[in-house]
Design a protein around this ligand. Sequence first.
Ligand code: PLP
Length: 391
Amino acid sequence: MNDSKSLHSKIAKTVRNIPRSGIRDFFEIVSTREDVISLGIGEPDFSTPWHIRDAAVRALDRGATSYTSNLGMLSLRRGIAQYVEKKTGIGYRPADEVLLTVGVSEGLDLAIRALVEPGDEVIYHEPSYVSYNPLIQFAHGVPVAIQTRKENGFRLTRAELEQYATPKSKVLLLNYPNNPTGAILSKKDVEEIAAFAIERDLIVLTDEIYDELTYDRAHFSIISVPGMKERTIYLHGFSKAWAMTGWRMGFTCAPPELTDAMMKIHQYTMLCAPILSQEASIEALKNAETDIAYMKGEYKKRRNFIHASFEEMGIPCIRPEGAFYAFADVSKFGMTSKEFALKLLDEQNVACVPGTAFGPCGEGFIRCSYATSLEEIKEAMVRIARFIAKL
Ligand code: PLP
């Protein structure tokens, strides 16, 4: 009984059959090497602004070490409702429509588990953030991935939705600004998707964790379309724009019935988000506009540089309009994404993520994060140019 083979057979089949994240696997290889320039990590190279850290220190000094209400501290839920209304024009009631979660990661899990029954189809677009497909499967739902295309700027279109939706489709999961492509949608794109969701009676989950990080035009949220608040779970969090990945703070905004359903799972699995992270987030919402503007300005310079460098090298790459990733098309070099990434790491000590970590249609692409310093990015691009010159 205690040999590892028989233990393996005891693991739930859904869990057993899901592969580990391609990003993690790749970075295990990276961690065995020295002097690597990493364009792989999806987290800001900035530390959380000092005044936000200070708010947590002060709360700790006051002895804030307890549980909070399951939904989270009311003052923070109020701040979130105000923030979301300012961004989208849509008001949520702090009392029963806002839930604080342990990162957007937990919010996604709650939303999917609250809605999906075995066999329900969840439509999402690929290439996508790595957790979507596994979370749907953990809930025994059926993941239906629409493969978006470079030629179309990796936008999801109504025509594609029509092709993939069936009577079993229950949920549509959106992520714009997008990880890993950097794509965003126009207002018209969003309105067309919204009209489709209403016609087909779909519940929409919209992961807008990168909403602050757009560089040429503002992001337009699907909740701003009339009739959508009623059928949408809006997911957002502090990890990216506020440089707070380690605090694990996210939130959902949704109609009371859906919030209550997610709350039930949250209550029994997580109880509440950590109190010090909630205290820090109150400060983050109040006083971080200048910090966000500064970090965004830095990302924009890096975005411009990395995009121009790929163009100069003759490597096609859509101009990323949001998040902090460039998704470059290296298919012409006749290698798989993984081969390209491994060889680049091996020969030039530059790490980027193979596009296939984000779904099969990522084949031929590499994701390069520009949440790293401009100096490092400049050196990485010199090395990539040297690498391809030899191919
Ligand atoms: N959603 C997207 C699109 C992401 O890129 C990430 C992290 O990279 C997450 C969710 C998870 O974020 P969090 O740190 O809030 O759990």
